[in-house]
Structures are given as structure tokens and as C-alpha cells.
Design a protein around this ligand. Structure first.
Ligand code: IPM
Ligand code: MG
Length: 359
């Protein structure tokens, strides 16, 4: 039976309340399957800024590095919006990704048959959507230098650098192809190669890598067209491979297909320790009111079980428990439908955790 140490970084806004629900579910997994999960908590983002003046304190980073996996809630909020970019809560996320070498971000978006009508898109469009955005996470314009501000007289400018090398593109492309092999064997690589040199390199390298994966079909698509296709014909996609910024944009767009961003989990992989977090942000407008949907975080914990601990049966059991509870018509506010019972964050967590143990 396994013994796993998990670093908990609840963070800001709804972060702490959704992480609490995922912990309940993991504890239930432990009881049912005989594993021991040990949790150690550390501040990150705004919560850390309040205590230490640093959004990613060194002790928090050390805790993550010495754990088997990290579960993060969310960071950021209006209180810290005016800070310079180096001290904003979001900086902690980028620091964690870089320090833990998490170059591969997987963001699955699967439309559950039960929730088809929650999506603002019409039923036939979203019915069979099952895709994963594979986002490059430690390069591109998020990290490129030089970056900064420049002022000459009254003229103010700001600049960023979009840069990738072939090794960075190759390793994320391999992740996408490997994943496609376990799915429907289709990779759609996203770029803006009609304009950007960086995208031209991206397209070249992805094409070279594809020769090692003859059983996987590769298509290239421009980012603008990809966003349109995601809304117009989303079921055509299997694995979407994108750079850091395009992947950020596409994963929010994909959330619309599933009905609520409160349903989207993510896994960040590549280094020794994986990081798992919901795709949604800190949602300060609903924080502390027991309104947030904890399913994205619970499903992130399920990704942790599978990817970091190799506990595939346990991960599947979490998925089933979520399906059963949704099938019993329990809904948080964001996915509420007629005839369903509305529950809060904590009750949704309790229902899923209890189902885990009893099914
Ligand atoms: C995400 C978020 C982050 C990002 C922000 C909060 C830094 O939008 O994880 O998608 O842009 O990567
Ligand atoms: Mg984002």
C-alpha cells in the first residue's frame, strides 16, 4: 500500500475551500484502497504575500520539492492587482512551474453526457467532445527575455519576447504524441506560422517529431482558426498541442464546451514532482461563500493519483464517484439545471467523498 506526501498550496479566493474538498476525497481514497496520504500545507500567492512579502516563499518551494506531488488551489485577487509584476501572486505560479520544471501542462476537457445541456453551445456541437489541451508551460512569451518597460520623453513602451528553441518544442511535442497514442491518435498543433518565426520553428520541429509517431495523425492549425473551430466543431479535436500563451487562451475557451470552468482540472508534469490545480482562478467574487464548484480540484486530485502515483484504479474510482453524484442530480450553482438539487462547495465534497467509500 502506498505512502504519499502531498504539498497543499490552497492560495487565494476560492482556493482554500476547493482544496479542502479534494483533501476529503483523497482521504476517502486512502481509506478505501489502504493508502496513506500525508498533507503538508504552505502559503502561496496573495496569502504568502500577506505573511512574508514574497508570493513564493523559499520554504513553500522547498516543501513542494520534497513532496511527492503538489495540489494548488488558486492565486490572485483584486487586493494585489496593483503590485509590480515581480511581486504579484501570479508570479508564484510561474516560479513554481519553472523551478519544478513543469514544461507539460495537460488540460482535459470532456463533456459529460449528463452536463451536455449546461454548455451554452447547442447539444449536437458539444455532445461528443473529449479533448486535451497540451500546453507548453515553461517557455515562450511568459518567460522570454528581454522584457520590460521603456520610456523616452513622453513616449512609453513595453516589450516582451516570444522565443522557443527546438529542444523545448520537441519535448512538449513528444508528450502530445505519446498522449495521443493512448487516445484517438490525433494531434492538432496550434501556431501562427503565417506571421511568427517562432511558430515556423514550432511547426517544423513538430513535423519532424511526428515522423517517430507514424500511427498518429498530425494537423497544423492557426490559433485564430483553432479558436473558431473549438466553438464551431469541437468534437474534431483529440489532442491540441500549443505553446504557453496559445494554450492558456485555448484552455479557457475549451472550458465553455464543458459548461463551466469549475469542471476543468489540470496536471503540470515534466520534473520529479507534478503539480495539480483547477484551470479556474481564485474567483474573488464568490470566495468564502460556499458557492465554488470543487469538481475541477477533485478531478485534479484524480489526475495526481494517475500521473504522479500510478494509481489508475483509484483515479477511475474518483471519476466514477463524481459521475454518480452528478447522475444523482446534485449540482453546484455554476452547473445547476432544472430538477436538480443545488448544493454548496462543502456538500459537493462530502457527497463525492462519501460515494468514494461506499461504492
Ligand atoms: C492559467 C492562468 C495563469 C496563466 C495565470 C494565473 C498566471 O491563467 O493557469 O491558465 O496564465 O498561466
Ligand atoms: Mg489561463
Amino acid at each position: 500500500m502506498g505512502n504519499f506526501q502531498i504539498a497543499l498550496l490552497p492560495g487565494d479566493g476560492v482556493g482554500p475551500e476547493v482544496v479542502r474538498q479534494a483533501v476529503k476525497v483523497l482521504e476517502a481514497v486512502g481509506r478505501r484502497f489502504g493508502h496513506t496520504f500525508r498533507f503538508r500545507e504552505a502559503p502561496v500567492g496573495g496569502a504568502a504575500l500577506e505573511q512574508t512579502d514574497n508570493p513564493l516563499p523559499p520554504e513553500t518551494l522547498r516543501l513542494c520539492q520534497s513532496s511527492d506531488a503538489v495540489l494548488l488551489g488558486a492565486v490572485g485577487g483584486p487586493k494585489w492587482d496593483d503590485l509590480p509584476s515581480g511581486r504579484r501572486p501570479e508570479k508564484a505560479l510561474l516560479g513554481l512551474r519553472k523551478e519544478l520544471r513543469l514544461f507539460a501542462n495537460l488540460r482535459p476537457a470532456r463533456v459529460r453526457p449528463l452536463l451536455v445541456d449546461v454548455s451554452p453551445l447547442k447539444r449536437p456541437y458539444v455532445e461528443s467532445v473529449d479533448l486535451v489541451v497540451v500546453r507548453e508551460l515553461t517557455g515562450g512569451i511568459y518567460f522570454g527575455t528581454p522584457r520590460g518597460w521603456h520610456q523616452e520623453g513622453a513616449l512609453r513602451s513595453a516589450f516582451n519576447t516570444l522565443v522557443y528553441n527546438n529542444l523545448e518544442v520537441e519535448r512538449i511535442a513528444r508528450k502530445a504524441f505519446e498522449l495521443a497514442r493512448l487516445r484517438r491518435k490525433k494531434v492538432t498543433s496550434v501556431d501562427k506560422a503565417n506571421i511568427l518565426e517562432c511558430s515556423q520553428l514550432w511547426r517544423k520541429v513538430v513535423t519532424e517529431v511526428s515522423r517517430d509517431y507514424q500511427d498518429v495523425t498530425l494537423n497544423h492549425i492557426y490559433i485564430d482558426n483553432c479558436v473558431m473551430q473549438l466553438m464551431a466543431r469541437p468534437s474534431q479535436f483529440d489532442v491540441i498541442l500549443a505553446d504557453n500563451m496559445f494554450g492558456d487562451i485555448l484552455s479557457d475557451a475549451a472550458a465553455i464546451l464543458t459548461g463551466s470552468i469549475g469542471m476543468l482540472p489540470s496536471a503540470s508534469l515534466g520534473g520529479k514532482v507534478g503539480l495539480y490545480e483547477p484551470v479556474h482562478g481564485s474567483a474573488p467574487d464568490i470566495a468564502g461563500q460556499d458557492l465554488a464548484n470543487p469538481i475541477a480540484t477533485i478531478e485534479s486530485a484524480s489526475l495526481m493519483l494517475a500521473h504522479s502515483f500510478g494509481l489508475h484504479r483509484e483515479a477511475a474510482a474518483v471519476e466514477t464517484a463524481v459521475d454518480v453524484i452528478l447522475g444523482s442530480n446534485y449540482r453546484t450553482m455554476d452547473i445547476l439545471q432544472e430538477g436538480c438539487t443545488r448544493v454548496g462547495t462543502a456538500e459537493m465534497g462530502d457527497l463525492i467523498a462519501r460515494k468514494m467509500e461506499t461504492s
